[in-house]
Write a protein that binds this ligand. Structure first.
Ligand SMILES: [Zn+2]
Ligand SMILES: [Zn+2]
Length: 343
């Protein structure tokens, strides 16, 4: 009877990795689009943009992206996931070639997270709806440099909707030739929605923000590295002051479920793919930083616990500040307990 019970404990950190990877790599607004230009100060060089939100925002830190989206992807491109590593065109400009992998990663996520909070709320809801009612979720965070972990019911997560006052940055993505423009910030207030989790019997103690990189690097999670935020409320409130000059978290609207979000059919497919990957986790692991599967070549394995996997050394490094709190050597191999994990 009970033998499948462990299977229904979802690890929230891993689920967040998978949901984010599957969502971003197939985002309809940016599907197959290549980055043409990035601008912060001044005008774009390759296109004349008259969008007032952009031209009038010169006074606050801003970043703008121009993407070229093919009207019809080639056969070879059709099933390729969109990733930070294939976001540049075949002949990138000199400026684009100067971008570091980390900068490309931030730009990739910043663009895909425009209006991302309601999409991610809906996505997690579609995902949890695929599991039985009393499915549990393990919530792992690091608090005061120590790991914290508890298990709660997935259905008891809460949606927290608040207002941010005077966002500190503006970001804009313009996708050509369809000419769709997405803007984050630039208004006196903006809505932001996150998920709250709580240990059984307590108030919300942990926040999951899957669209945090819409605010740029300040939206990176643990120690400024990860691609989403999963952290105790107190840390999250500090983070909010980097997103915006003010917020009303204390008077936030709390609810159990969200009504439909844009792109619902696609989000349901993302949820299904994520469920399949979670189900196949023993045979098809994913990168502990970006959620990518091993495509063509196997992922590298954490040599200490043998349990975490990474695309490369950069992604291992990025995940290590979090993973080190949960990385334990298999008992039989407990010979060099002080060594730092490496490949
Ligand atoms: Zn990776
Ligand atoms: Zn490890």
């Amino acid at each position: 009877m009970d033998h499948n019970y462990a299977d229904t404990v979802l690890d929230l950190y891993d689920i967040a990795l998978l949901l984010n990877y599957e969502r971003a790599s197939t985002e309809p607004r940016f599907r197959h689009a290549k980055l043409r230009e990035v601008a912060t100060t001044g005008d774009f060089k390759t296109v004349r943009l008259l969008t007032p939100a952009w031209t009038e925002a010169a006074a606050i830190p801003r970043v703008g992206f121009i993407f070229d989206k093919p009207l019809k992807p080639t056969h070879a491109e059709k099933d390729e996931p969109d990733l930070p590593t294939n976001m540049l065109p075949a002949s990138p400009s000199v400026d684009l070639r100067k971008l570091t992998p980390t900068e490309l990663e931030t730009h990739y996520w910043q663009a895909r997270n425009h209006d991302g909070c309601y999409r991610t709320m809906a996505l997690l809801q579609h995902f949890i709806d695929l599991f039985p009612e009393f499915t549990r979720v393990r919530v792992r965070t690091v608090e005061n440099n120590a790991p914290r972990s508890y298990t709660t019911l997935a259905n008891e997560r809460l949606i927290v909707e608040m207002k941010l006052a005077s966002p500190r940055t503006l970001s804009m993505s313009c996708v050509l030739p369809v000419n769709t423009t997405c803007i984050t910030g630039g208004e006196p207030t903006m809505d932001h929605a996150i998920l709250g989790f709580s240990a059984p019997g307590s108030d919300i103690d942990t926040i999951l923000d899957l669209s945090s990189l819409q605010f740029g690097d300040v939206g990176r999670g643990h120690k400024g590295r990860s691609l989403f935020v999963l952290e105790p409320v107190s840390q999250y409130l500090d983070r909010l002051s980097k997103y915006a000059e003010g917020h009303n978290y204390d008077q936030a609207k709390i609810s159990m479920r969200i009504n439909d979000a844009p792109d619902s059919e696609w989000l349901k497919e993302v949820a299904q793919r994520t469920k399949l990957r979670w189900h196949n986790r023993a045979t098809d692991p994913w990168c502990g930083h970006c959620g990518a599967p091993g495509r063509g070549q196997p992922l590298k394995r954490c040599s200490k616990c043998q349990n975490a996997h990474y695309c490369n050394a950069d992604h291992q490094q990025a995940a290590w500040t979090f993973h080190k709190h949960f990385c334990t050597e298999p008992k039989a191999k407990n010979l060099h307990s002080s060594k730092k994990a490496s490949f």
